[in-house]
Design a protein around this ligand. Structure first.
Ligand SMILES: Cc1ncc(C[n+]2csc(CCOP(=O)(O)OP(=O)(O)O)c2C)c(N)n1
Ligand SMILES: [Mg+2]
Length: 685
């Protein structure tokens, strides 16, 4: 067979595996894999530097399938290239990532060929996709990471980081706003290591894109300062390869390839129809289509002789050589630059460097205190110096979030200064969070910041961080009514609760400066969980830790901050964040009135819920039923800690525009209100 013939055989294999898998599952998306098989074949087998033996080799090219519904494309190539599985400890398992049996069990429980690409479940998937737009936005973070890594670690003769990111997307990805935010930033940063291929098939679920999407996409991307190319025939692998060659030679701009394709290519009754998007073709149509491909009509899940060999000779050989050369290079690098080599290794395992928490501030007692955002800024500036690969930024609120890294040499990340550790995301919260995920997928420790209220704007990416088990860090300031006069548009109410509901997300609302330090100490050690910090805008008294318990209790989610002598309270006050000192004041008042109260600081439900029962019972003794929770947020959910007989002082409505003091009075966040609630529970006057 000629190269061309074997390529066609491999492409037909990808197409027919997709058709068969969707038919077998009785659900899924056959049309786009059928259309894009030549593209994905070309990227994988002819262009990408990716070693199937080691899918986490640091200098591999990345492939992102942003139109995640076309997942069968990925399962096919991961299988045909015999990509090997790795586990969460980055160990190679000596077994294939995706077997033919997994493909036969497409979309079934425990199959390594689930409905959409899932990072952390299937090795070789670079990021979880499915919510349209996320993949391409995340790819911008990967491209930023490559630039940053190359700048920090490459040395003359040692080009350790020189990889490219290929992302495939469809109409849906480009309609979603997040891709526009991300593309705009990618163009600004001139990320020439990034290529998006747009599947221009004029079809979405409701039909022809004429009904809702008639913009000039090419002009839009030219406006973003991308290099825009067009390939008029998705079956022309020579021209696809040519376009990718142009991408590799283009400097100073990302590349956008518009690829004209036919969804459901080759299906006589389904090609170019919306039905090809998300319905099985049906047995008859499959037979007719296979016939058209010159395929045995009744064969199912067929991988003809020569196809595995084709991938072995293509991506397999090229990737193995590239990885081997890289490993030799890295061995020599390690001799010359042992410190830098160690950094790279630690980073790859998500370990922290020695001394990562040195010089963290200890804040002395201070009734005036410090805003959560201010103590956070101090801590971040120390951590970013201790951890070379910790970087991040804000969605234009750096001066307000206090997340700007101000120490000498921190620098701004720009096209001409890729060493910078301050990222300027612009007012693009959603892309920011996706980019933070892309950085985390590239093994950097990254944070993104905005006002807590605008966490709503980035929530889909934050959710994916949790689903992917990425240690992304989200710093949200102005966490309650602290920005008083800005009013209810800026005052979060339901955000805390709603983020606490995200599985696998650690949410922390620290109550004073030393709790902020401990919160960072805790989340930096999370290797496979994202974290949210909800921080105050206004100063919070720094509690006297010689009088009250040490802030290290933060790591356990909740701890006894102040107690009654003898430790047998009759009432427990539970508080978080800015309400903590208020609870302490109430506690002191109760004490003078002879009421035995305890203050529990509970910065994180999630961390507390993971503690052993004995610890939880020691903090919240089941016998003490009189409990008052105070938190400037939606009250929903607090019942689980205060029980049926407890009281919650929280928010039942939106806030209002007024000075903070007046809001605290109006909504009941005053020590006396806590005292009254406690006494009522105890039946005391
Ligand atoms: C954020 C988001 N909204 C909606 C969907 C549901 N959805 C899945 S695919 C799709 C149509 C996508 O059209 P296009 O990207 O052109 O893909 P094609 O059918 O051409 O492969 C929609 C609306 C989704 N997955 N994500
Ligand atoms: Mg489409």
């Amino acid at each position: 067979m000629t190269d061309e013939q074997i390529a066609q055989l491999s492409i037909s294999t990808i197409r027919t595996l997709a058709m068969d898998a969707v038919q077998q599952a009785k659900s899924g998306h056959p049309g786009t894999p059928m259309a894009l098989a030549p593209l994905v074949y070309t990227i994988w087998n002819r262009v990408m530097h990716f070693d199937p033996q080691d899918p986490i080799w640091p200098n591999r090219d990345r492939f992102v399938l942003s139109n995640g519904h076309a997942s069968m494309l990925l399962w096919s190539v991961l299988h045909l290239a015999r990509v090997q599985a790795v586990n969460a400890e980055y160990e190679r398992l000596g077994q294939p990532s995706v077997t033919l049996d997994d493909i036969r069990r497409f979309r079934q429980l425990d199959s390594k060929a689930p409905g959409h690409p899932e990072y952390h479940w299937v090795s070789g998937v670079e990021t979880t996709t499915g919510p349209l737009g996320q993949g391409v936005a995340t790819s911008v973070g990967m491209a930023i990471a490559e630039k940053w890594l190359a700048n920090r670690y490459n040395r003359p003769g040692f080009e350790l980081f020189a990889y490219r990111i290929y992302a495939v997307c469809g109409d849906g990805c480009l309609m979603e706003g997040v891709s526009a935010e991300a593309a705009s930033l990618a163009g600004h940063l001139g990320l020439d290591n990034l290529c998006w291929v747009y599947d221009n098939n004029h079809i979405t679920i409701e039909g022809d894109t004429r009904i809702a999407f008639t913009e000039d996409v090419a002009t839009r991307f030219l406006g973003y300062r991308w290099n825009v190319l067009r390939v008029g025939d998705a079956n022309d692998i020579e021209r696809i390869q040519g376009a990718l060659q142009v991408f590799r030679q283009t400097k100073g701009r990302p590349t956008f390839v518009i690829l004209d394709s036919h969804i459901g290519y080759g299906a006589p009754h389904r090609q170019d129809t919306a039905a090809a998007h998300g319905e099985p073709l049906g047995e008859d149509e499959i037979r007719l289509t296979k016939k058209g491909y010159g395929w045995p009509e009744d064969a199912k899940f067929l991988v003809p002789d020569g196809v595995y060999d084709d991938f072995e000779a293509g991506v397999g050989k090229r990737g193995a050589q590239a990885r081997k050369a890289w490993e030799d290079l890295f061995a020599a690098y390690r001799m010359k630059f042992p410190g830098l080599a160690t950094e790279i290794e630690q980073m790859q395992r998500r370990d922290l460097p020695a001394g990562w928490d040195k010089n963290l501030p200890v804040f002395p007692a201070d009734p005036k205190g410090l805003a959560g955002r201010d103590s956070s800024g101090k801590v971040l500036n120390v951590l970013a110096q201790n951890i070379p690969w910790l970087l991040g930024g804000s969605a234009d609120l750096g001066p307000s979030n206090k997340t700007t890294l101000t120490y000498a040499g921190a620098g701004d990340f720009q096209a001409d200064s890729p060493s910078g550790k301050n990222l300027h995301f612009g007012i693009r919260e959603h892309a920011m969070a996706a980019i933070v995920n892309g950085l985390a997928l590239s093994k950097l420790r990254a944070f993104g910041a905005t006002f807590f209220i605008f966490s709503d704007y980035l929530r889909p990416a934050l959710r994916l961080a949790a689903l992917m088990e990425l240690p992304s860090i989200f710093v949200f300031t102005h966490d309650a009514m602290g920005d008083g006069e800005d009013g209810p548009t800026h005052q979060p109410v339901e955000q805390l609760l709603s983020l606490r509901a995200v599985p696998g997300l650690t949410v922390l609302r620290p109550g004073d400066a030393n709790e902020v330090v401990e919160a960072y100490r805790t989340i930096l050690q999370l290797r496979h969980r994202p974290a949210v910090l909800a921080l105050s805008r206004q100063p919070l008294p720094t509690l006297d830790r010689s009088k009250y318990a040490d802030a290290s209790g933060v790591a356990r989610g909740a701890y006894v901050l102040a107690d009654t002598p003898g430790g047998n309270p009759e009432v427990i006050l539970i508080a978080t964040g800015s309400e903590l000192s208020l609870a302490v004041d109430a506690h002191e008042k109760l004490h003078t009135e002879g009421i035995r109260s305890r203050v529990v600081s509970m910065p994180s439900w999630d961390l507390f819920d993971h503690q052993p029962q004995a610890y939880r019972d020691s903090v919240l003794p089941p016998t003490v039923k009189a409990r008052v929770a105070v938190e400037q947020a939606s009250t929903l959910g607090w019942e689980r800690y205060i029980g049926e007989s407890g009281r919650i002082i929280g928010m039942q409505t939106f806030g209002a525009s007024a000075p903070l003091k007046e809001l605290q009075h109006k909504f009941g966040f005053e020590p006396d209100r806590v005292v009254i609630a406690a006494k009522e529970l105890l039946g005391r006057k």
